[in-house]
Design a protein around this ligand. Structure first.
Ligand SMILES: *Cc1c(COP(=O)(O)O)cnc(C)c1O
Length: 339
């Protein structure tokens, strides 16, 4: 039972057929019809003029930050955003920006903190030129920004003439959990992207959207990073298939995560509030380190991951309701061994 991450999904047989049948061209030259179809569709869904297909979400963040900033600028983002924690310092290395980190509530900060970060400061300080949000917030716990708070933060940024970029690696988890439309999250910001390799279950690809000029600027950065591709319709076909078949079913992943959290709580484990497809678990009450806990669990064929001492279990396409019960039983057995 693999709860390590929703990146562990394998393409389904039907997705593989869609991939095999994909019409292809040359993505780098803008002539791959399947890629063009995907980009147009995602741009429309998110309420933006244009979209660009990229190999990974990490590259979406890399090129978007580059297009929005100049070396020496500051980007304002949450303390534990993916850009800060998990992209090997790409924003610093490639764009030369430094970060102004806001604490917030499990990845979500408010308009007051944003206003404070963007307030005119001393001439010596780095100039804040971009606000970066993350929906859902991964290290925050798969948390969903409330739409009003998200809009309020974007409004503050715009009052300071600062654009907003949203890392929407799991945007569809947020729309399904909150009953909102993708365009609700796209329209308030200058750029936003979605990942197809998380809960959507495709093997490769992410789409970044924004205004036409912005997309032309990021196309240059993408090429410079070696991200321009050839017959990428092979990958885009999996993404289109995922949009048609794997969005609404994210509700099942959320129900499975809620059931997992409930089962673990019944075993006496502390879990953070579960808002989408992630369950974050504090195993300190067992007396085991997170690493030790995971090792014992893995011996029982259940895989989870950890960030320092927090254990994370993620539900996805390849985790059934029955699989969740298997995982709960395995955790119960690990705890029983301790007695
Ligand atoms: C996974 C993830 C990324 C990076 O996406 P890749 O496609 O794995 O490069 C960026 N941001 C968040 C919040 C993520 O969860």
């Amino acid at each position: 039972m693999d709860l390590y991450s929703d990146t562990q999904t394998k393409p389904t047989a039907a997705m593989r057929r869609a991939i095999a049948d994909a019409e292809v061209g040359d993505e780098q030259q803008g002539t791959d019809p399947t890629v063009s179809r995907l980009c147009a569709r995602v741009a429309e869904m998110l309420g933006h003029e244009a979209g660009l297909f990229l190999p990974t979400g990490t590259m979406c963040n890399l090129v978007a930050v580059a297009a929005h900033t100049s070396p020496g600028d500051a980007i304002v983002t949450s303390l534990d955003s993916h850009i800060v924690r998990s992209e090997t310092g790409g924003a610093a290395a490639y764009s030369g920006v430094i970060t102004d980190l806001l604490a917030g509530d499990r990845g979500r900060f408010g308009p007051e903190a944003t206003a404070e970060a963007l307030a005119p400061g001393h001439v010596y300080r780095p100039w804040p030129r971009l606000v970066c949000l993350e929906q859902t917030h991964n290290f925050g716990g798969g948390t969903v920004w409330p739409l009003a708070q998200y809009r309020a933060v974007a409004d503050v940024a715009h009052r300071h003439d600062v654009p907003v970029h949203t890392d929407g690696a799991r945007l569809f988890n947020a729309t399904v959990a909150s009953g909102t439309d993708p365009s609700d999250w796209g329209e308030p910001v200058e750029s936003i992207w979605v990942d197809f390799t998380k809960g959507l279950g495709a093997p490769i690809g992410a789409v970044l959207v924004g205004g036409r000029d912005f997309i032309e600027a990021v196309r240059t950065h993408k090429h410079r990073c070696g991200g321009a591709m050839r017959q990428a319709g092979i990958a885009a076909a999996g993404c289109l298939y995922a949009l048609d078949h794997h969005v609404e079913r994210l509700a099942d992943d959320h129900a499975n995560a809620a059931r997992l959290a409930e089962g673990l709580a019944a075993l006496g484990l502390d879990t953070e509030d579960t808002e989408t497809n992630m369950v974050w678990i504090d195993v300190s009450s067992t007396g085991l380190s997170a690493a030790d806990f995971l090792e014992r669990l893995e011996a029982r064929d259940v895989r989870m991951s950890r960030v320092e001492e927090r254990v994370r279990a993620v539900t996805h396409l390849d985790v059934s309701a029955g699989g969740v019960e298997i995982a709960i039983t395995a955790v119960a057995a690990v705890l029983a061994d301790l007695r």
